[in-house]
Ligand binder design. Structure first.
Ligand code: NAP
Length: 246
């Protein structure tokens, strides 16, 4: 079994998850990436992780699939011997006003963003309990705290993560497993790159710090919450949003 801590990160093929994976690799953690796309999309990330002198493996899996997530977690434990850190990062949007949102839009977003977190927590915690150690961080959103027109499904899923996190903190605290959430504001990713300059200017007005966040800002918060410095922190929602929601 590896001497390193082992971090399982969902949706780490690209975006915020990829930066979290690289950041935890720098902390000398071995990395298991669980993502929907094929392994090729994560090649650059896997290469960057390997350069940190830790192991990295890729597991193709849909986090909304209960049986597939169980198989992936069991395989990860076979390959690495344990899971110390779980970062639930995989998430999607399917934005529409409720008037136009259909049942499939609702179900898809809830099953990936919220049930996906439950699936991973359900399958990982038995292993964490045996080791009497675990750090769970789930990526919520400020939208889950403040609501947002056109994002009923997404906001509900991200608010659900807050309730789930607080419950996990209470159920597993006695086993030295912490559970926290990070709530990003607007972060520079492919999604926000697509916005017009006008839309960006309108966004900046909502953010006291006056700029978008970087994926590294989110990864830094995750790094802290899974570190020994955060050993006495559980059940919190850490907003990383430039003050967008105060
Ligand atoms: P992203 O660039 O779209 O990346 C999301 C990742 O999740 C992708 O690798 C995607 O895989 C994967 N994924 C999607 N569905 C999946 C599934 N069913 N099973 C496994 N993996 C799946 O998103 P991001 O901007 O980095 O966001 C990461 C997290 O932060 C999300 O939970 C998001 O809601 C949250 N967040 C983002 C922002 C922001 O401003 N960007 C703000 C607040 C919260 P594919 O490559 O196959 O699509």
């Amino acid at each position: 079994m590896t001497d390193h801590k082992v971090a399982l990160i969902t949706g780490a093929g690209r975006g915020i998850g990829a930066t979290i994976a690289r950041t935890l690799a720098k902390e000398k953690m071995d990395i298991a990436i669980v993502d929907y796309a094929s392994a090729e999309t994560a090649e650059e990330t896997l290469q960057a992780i390997a350069e940190e002198g830790v192991s990295a493996r890729y597991y193709q899996c849909d986090v909304s699939d209960f049986a597939a997530t169980k198989a992936a977690v069991d395989q990860i434990v076979k390959d690495f011997g344990k899971v110390d850190v779980l970062v639930n990062n995989a998430g999607i949007t399917a934005d529409k006003l409720i008037m136009r949102m259909d049942e499939a839009d609702w179900d898809r977003v809830l099953s990936i963003n919220l049930k996906g977190c439950f699936n991973m927590i359900k399958h990982v915690t038995p292993y964490m309990m045996r080791k009497r150690y675990g750090r769970i961080v789930s990526i919520s959103s400020v939208v889950g705290l403040m609501g947002n027109a056109g994002q009923a499904n997404y906001a509900a899923s991200k608010a659900g993560i807050v309730g789930l996190t607080k419950t996990v903190a209470k159920e597993f605290g006695a086993r030295n497993i912490t559970a926290n959430a990070v709530a990003p504001g607007f972060i520079k990713t492919a999604m926000t790159d697509a916005l017009s300059e006008e839309q960006k200017q309108a966004m900046y007005k909502l953010i006291p710090l006056g700029c978008l966040g970087e994926t590294q800002d989110i990864a830094n918060a995750v790094k802290f919450l899974v570190s020994d410095d955060a050993r006495y922190i559980t059940g919190v929602v850490l907003k990383v949003d430039g003050g967008m929601y105060i």
